[in-house]
Design a protein around this ligand. Sequence first.
Ligand code: PLP
Length: 389
Amino acid sequence: MDNILKRLSIIRKNGLYRECRYLSSVQSPKVNMDGREIILLGSNNYLGLCDDSQLKEAAIDAINKYGVGAGGSRLTTGSCDLHKKLEEKIADFKGTEKALVYNTGYMANVGILSALCDRKWTIFCDKANHASILDGCLLSGAKLVRYKHGDMDDLEKKIHMNKGAYNLIVTDGVFSMDGDIAPLSHIVKLAKKHGILTMVDDAHGVGVLGENGAGTASYLGVNEEIDVQMGTLSKAIPSVGGYVAGKKEIIDYLKNVSKSFIFSTALPPSAIAVSLEAIEMIQKDKERRERLKNLATWFKNELQSMGFSMTNTITPIIPVIIGDVEKTVKLSESLLEEGIYIPGIRPPTVPKGTSRLRISIMATHTYEDLEYVLKVIKYHGKRLKIIEG
Ligand SMILES: Cc1ncc(COP(=O)(O)O)c(C=O)c1O
């Protein structure tokens, strides 16, 4: 216990202690927090579908037909026909032979990587990849080689130095804290040249980028060349779950070996029904994607012209890099006082010295609300000497 207390006090001392903020309304551009109406600008509900009436109806219909719980794990009694339909739908959406649904994106990454790779493998992993990828790599027991974020020279150098008997390159499609996208065309070329498998986690690309919202690989025209396509059902697709899509043999193998798939109760049919319906909507609704893109591009340009330090984002994830932990917290708190919630992101989620506000736009935000946000951020950015003026 002493050791835990000591570590907790270090977290507090470094200004890195975190708490949950509780909303008492639906996840949408305006939420209720502590009895106040707040503009929410940090959600992964990119397409604004959490409050969609068609999707709510799909969940209610599924509850009426299948009840509230799955009652078993996927390979015992927990699979219903909706799970099968969703897996077929995902394979179609991602343009692959087959797909498999996990209970969360986190469980998917951990389960895929630890089942595919073992001590005989070397995994090349972008340094900015999501924590669940890193955990999957560690759990696999493979040799882990981390390359500089998006740096293809570094990746190639590390391949030459570390390539083993079996190899995998794994990367986020859209980086969750930076909003930039992986150089997948280059990665695929290197992988082909060196005979390496590729895996992309497209948690933040699906629904947002690519033909019919199919994600980053589709956007960059390399969909066919990615061996393992992982994604979530919890962001633009506004439900819960993760998935892997790829060749039949990979999916059949994972279904039989991947522990986080096998040893956990299946997702409730209502969550599956929402994902199924949402993918169909996303495939058809180009307008919503366009609106999101236009809002995000405009908002990012406005912030940049005020002098804020930004990443190379082209997505609705728009980080404002502040650096200092204390200033980040102060800015986030000042905004909250003015009725705007943008979470401040600190280490260990992001590297030391790069604390930031992780802004994310929803397709359902209004220009009017976003103009108010810009005005308030500018004022506090100047007051806290984050920007000049
Ligand atoms: C890149 C990335 N991968 C995986 C996950 C985990 O997905 P889930 O929230 O569905 O567990 C996240 C979630 O934040 C993510 O950002």
